[in-house]
Design a protein around this ligand. Sequence first.
Ligand SMILES: [Zn+2]
Length: 664
Amino acid sequence: MNPLLDIQFRVPFDKIEGSDVEPAIDQLLADANARLEATIASDHPLRALDTLTEKLDYTMSVIRHLEGVATTPELRAAHNAIEPKVSAFYSSLPLNEGLWKAIQRYAATDEARALTGTMKRYLTKTIDSFKRHGAELDAPGKARLQEIDVALAEATTKFSEHVLDSTNAYDLTIEDEAQLKGLPPAAVAAARASAGSKGRSGWRFTLQAPSYAAVMTYLDDRAIREEMYRVFSTRATAEGPGGAAQDNAPLLAKILALRKEKAQLLGFRDFSDFVLDDRMAHTGARAQSFLHDLRRKTEPRFREENRELEAFAGMALQPWDVGYWAEKQRAKLYDFDEEALRPYFPLEHVVNGMFDIFGRVLGIRVTEESGVPVWDSHVRTYAVHDRASDAYLGSFYADWFPRENKRGGAWMDALITGNPAESKPHLGLICGNLTPPVDGKPALLTHREVETIFHEFGHLLHHLLSRVEVRSLAGTSVAWDFVELPSQIMENWCWERESLDLFARHWETGASIPEDLFQKMRRARTFRAANTQMRQLGFGYVDLALHREWDGTGDVIAWSRAVLQQFSPAPFPPEHAMLASFTHLFSSPVGYGAGYYSYKWAEVLDADAFTRFKKEGVFSASTGREYRDKILARGDSEDPAELYRSFMGRDPDPNALLVRAGLV
Ligand SMILES: [Zn+2]
């Protein structure tokens, strides 16, 4: 018996072997193809389409998960062997002519015209997805679309290779210890090890984030900061560290032109309108005016912060001075050491406190389960019930600590999407790489790690509390600029005295966080918030401007430098070419292209939605119930803008974000 062939709610994690993967996937792909044929022939293709890949989805999520948290050489090889055929199958669905005809045939029936609610939305979204993949184009149009997609995939892959190679083409070795002044001991040790790994003496610095950031933030030697800044900001240009072989300027022009052509071929004004059509913002113009409004409200404080920093430094600042002096200013003003908070955040208290808070607020009960098969002995498993009715809603796994066979970062994943109509429970998981327990002490977390746990738990609840009956629209399957609302809103509970007092207790004394430490932590949160915000707004601005206004002639790097300059606290040097290494926007065919604004958009949603809890009580069960019913339970069953309005009674208001950031 192959343990990967059937959906099992108690996933047999203890029985799955690398050798099970290929036979199971071959069988499931054959099944899915047979179901595809049956769907095309069916009078009810929409329902059939919704469950067409259910088994394959499940098995692939189990395999991907194991590959991410408990990989073995056999599993990795099997995963690499199946990945291309599985992705090819998924991406062939919205291009399948027979399926498109079956959906159109169905859409013309009285039954389809009479659809309401979630099923009606599912039909509309399915038709839109086919159209977005070119279903309505004539033969030459389809052929051109395919050429564009191939060319975009090639150009964007090259783009990110250039950034990587160019970043690695530079290093700086310091031989004189006196030049290291200002650097923290950890950065000095890392630089020493880095030199050693190259068989050199001295201290080696690179353009990789940890090394570069340490130099820009702490190194007293201004000339070295300037040199590294200048090299860093010309990566992937002809003048940059890798030279002309890694020049991204021609690729930028090509990617932008291809994206524009694709959007126009599919009937959109530009690439931003194409990308945002099925997101909450809907149009590029709407996203632009959103950013513009925030910019207007952030600029006065931005200028003030810049004047304050120059006064503190006693000189006019260049870009390579800003991070350095800002750190000196922060240390002087706040005298706040984040490490001082750790003793108040033992993992066990934090997690139980979080279950307690959201148990009350959202009307659920989280209890630990035992005897469930897991992939590592440290993994914990939990069941979630509705508090009032005692109905079983689903279960989840939590895997908190780093291991050698586990990837980095923190994430949530869905393994099984249940069906509320049939009382079928959901199954999901959350993973992190938190500070592990040492020296017989419990795991003591940083505040940022606590926020991470709350964040991932928010994504998880979006899945576990879903009441959507159409699988494809359930849980976290929502628009990109909406999906971070349920996660980010949870982080707010990590900043309120009332909720902190529930879970932040000194691991030895049981005391809550002293008031002066709490005040320092709150104040440090808003330090130079206008600069942080302007930087994000600048990236969003240049992204939308390139995808809406750039006319394809002239020097695209110089053009974007002028846009970005308006958001920078110091004048860029003339060779500054940040755009050439902007992988968020250009390292995949879509990626964050025309979508960078989503970071700020999601922050506005979470800050604004939390104001209801602030006003009605951070433990308010009635507000929580409404939030659960109107947002968490609804997945993508309705336009997210409607869901938001149904909870808040109005559209999102950016003011809450400005207040939280201390900008008004
Ligand atoms: Zn997230």
